[in-house]
Every structure is written in C-alpha cells, then in structure tokens.
Design a protein around this ligand. Sequence first.
Ligand code: E4P
Length: 278
Amino acid sequence: MKFFLDSADINEIKDALSFGILDGVTTNPSLIKEAVEREKSRGKKIDLDSYINNILKLCNGKPVSLEVVSSDYENMLREGKMLYKKFNKIAKNVYVKIPINPCLELECSNDMEGIRAIKKLSDEKIPVNCTLIFTPEQALLAAKAGAKFVSPFVGRVDDYLRETAHIKFNKSDYFPEEGWKDGKKILNDRGIVSGVELIREISEIFRKQKIQSEILAASIRNTRQIREVAIAGADIATIPFNVFSKIASHIKTAEGMQKFTKDIVPEYAKLFGTEIKK
Ligand code: E4P
C-alpha cells in the first residue's frame, strides 16, 4: 500500500518526505485554508501560486491532488483544466480532485455533474482523483468515468454512523471495522457498517470487475485504521501528519530501546566510535 500525506502544510510535507517513504500528497480546500491561515498567523503573506509550485517541486513526480472549487460541470471542467495546465508542468504530478457529486443540497437535480467532469477530464488524459465517496456504487461510477484514484472517506463514514445514533466521540477514537452495536442493531448506512468495510467492499468489486482505478483510503483518523484499510484492500492511504508521525511508535519499542541503550558497554560503543550518554 502506498502512503500519501493528507496535508497542504509545506513544513509537514518536507518532514514527511524526509522519512523517505512518502508516495504522494492530497490536499482539499479545508487543508489549503489551514495552510493559508497558518502562514498569515506567522505574519507571512501567502502567494498560493508559488506555494503550490513549491509543494509540487518538493514532491517531484509523486502525485499531488489539487481540488476544484465549483459545483457545476462547466466550471469544474474549467478549473480542472486550469489546475492541470498551470501546475502539471512544474513536476508532472498533478491529480485533479473532483467530487463524485458536487451538489450542495441533499435533493439535487445535477447529481451527475461530477461524473461528467471526471469523464471529460479523463478522456483528455488528465488524471482524476474522485473525492467524497461514501458508497461502493459511487466508487464504481467514478471508476467507470475514468478516475485514476477513488477516495472513500473512511473516518467520515464512522463519524456519520455515530452522529446519526447521537453517540459522543472524539475523532481519533477507534471505530470497530465490524460495526458499532447499538442495542441489538449494528449501525449502518445503506448496509455499510464502517469506513473500513466500505474499503473492503470497493476492493472486492474492483477485483471482481477487473477495475484498474486505485482505491485511496481518505479521512484516516488513527494508526489502526491504516492496518485495517491495508487488509481491506486499499492501494493507498492518505494520512494526516499527526497520525503519520505515530505509526512507528509503541511503548514496548521505547522500553526496549531504553534497556538496550542502558546495556551498551564501552567496548561495544568504541566499535562504532560513538559516545553513549547515560
Ligand atoms: C483527502 O483526500 C480528503 O479530503 C481528506 O482525507 C478528508 O479528511 P477529513 O475527513 O479528516 O477532513
């Protein structure tokens, strides 16, 4: 499974790249807002053109998703083409992020605007990351329209299930992949009992239907979800920095290191030309 960073913060991107295992970056308007506000709070005026250029150069060939802002076909298409034309020449790594369904209201007559935009951009060989996916059917549709990445929102599925059942929770709380038992009933949204299950179903469909689009597990809230989406068949997980930086931690690893460090005898340290501080 590939590891992407879910961030528009240039310092986080630099740090994550320094780990040497980063495969790409995803942004969205909310992450760009955070980055803009952070720069402003540091007294810096942000020039978004060069800020994005820098991210693309740093990522050098690794996919970076940039999202459109409109919600109708014509404008999403225009924005998608603009993003690609303006930024892809920097490092050949732009993926245009298009919502599966850009309707701002629940009842909407233009449900297929996102699909139309994905199809048209894909036909023009512009790689698309289809975002805001909450059902396997949406993923199937996005893939059929030509999306290279389909992004199911794992954490937001779990949030939604708890919210609709009025369960209090913190966003980083673990949500069981087999679902949440509320009395005798397991919470579900159209039969989907957790974000991880959503990934598993999409993965099964893509395998059976021989679909090439990659499943990008988004909206990741904790490290255990990374393991679970990998088992469920995600090709990529996009991970916020605060979760990314915890993946390698374990209390017993730290304890083990303390013991090994304590046990280093001078003779062994000399072998490395290292001085061990005790
Ligand atoms: C990335 O592609 C998504 O926009 C992002 O993972 C959403 O995460 P959130 O649900 O934590 O906002």
